[in-house]
Design a binder for this molecule. Structure first.
Ligand code: NI
Ligand code: MN
Length: 225
């Protein structure tokens, strides 16, 4: 599969069979995104929570591409009310889709829909696709149950926020990596805005000192897994 990073928490997965999956597609309001939402097509959209920097352009893309949005229950109900196909889930639950299995995890964070009416839960997402497990942590602070998630899932790739202020900063993200123990970690949710400036190379050095490989992706870079 191919994995492309667009900055912030936004990724695209293209499976070997050609299914296109977007995660937290924050493009048009994102000063660091190398693409616009109108350039992006998808078959599935995965959302960690309803904050604008994660829900992003999901509604526009989903309406144009007729794709399925997969996310936590309250956010899914909001998206459904806008005429988009959804699959409602909640923390701790897993479900098999055409491309693989999704399980939502806890995230220490909040969520709200753009109309400020539905206050659901923020989540992380365990994505089982092909023979890999990708763990997108969403927005979260550090929590010790990450150890349990690491024990129960052989995580190939961890996508971990490091920007501080709204999420873990570098020091806590290094501890989160020790808990989850992935093969490789990619830092996310940094340098989008002044308040979340962080040096990903500083994170890389610190986490690699703990024996965990880190790949810092350029905004727009695509890798093959
Ligand atoms: Ni958030
Ligand atoms: Mn965020």
């Amino acid at each position: 599969m191919k994995l492309r990073y667009f900055s912030h928490s936004a990724f695209q997965i293209i499976t070997d069979s050609g299914q296109r999956i977007l995660i937290d597609p924050f493009f048009d309001g994102n000063p660091t995104s190398p693409v616009k939402s109108s350039d992006m097509d998808a078959d599935f959209i995965l959302l960690t929570h309803g904050h604008g920097d994660h829900l992003g352009d999901a509604l526009d893309i989903a309406k144009r591409c007729n794709c399925l949005c997969i996310c936590e229950n309250e956010l899914a109900n909001y998206i459904s009310s806008k005429g988009v196909a959804v699959h409602n889930m909640h923390i701790g639950g897993a479900h098999e889709f055409d491309f693989g299995k999704i399980k939502l995890t806890q995230a220490l964070h909040s969520s709200v829909t753009p109309d400020n009416e539905c206050h659901g839960s923020a989540t992380g997402i365990l994505i089982h696709v092909e023979d890999k497990i990708i763990y997108h942590m969403g927005d979260t602070g550090l929590f010790s149950d990450l150890k349990l998630i690491g024990e129960m899932n052989r995580v190939d790739l961890l996508l971990a926020p490091i920007g501080d202020n709204f999420t873990m900063g570098i020091e806590d993200a290094v501890k989160a990596c020790e808990f989850v123990n992935p093969d490789i970690v990619i830092p996310i949710h940094y340098n989008t805005f002044p308040v979340i400036q962080a040096d990903p190379l500083n994170f890389k050095q610190k986490v690699e000192n703990q024996g965990i490989s880190c790949q810092v992706l350029d905004f727009g870079q695509q890798i093959t897994l």
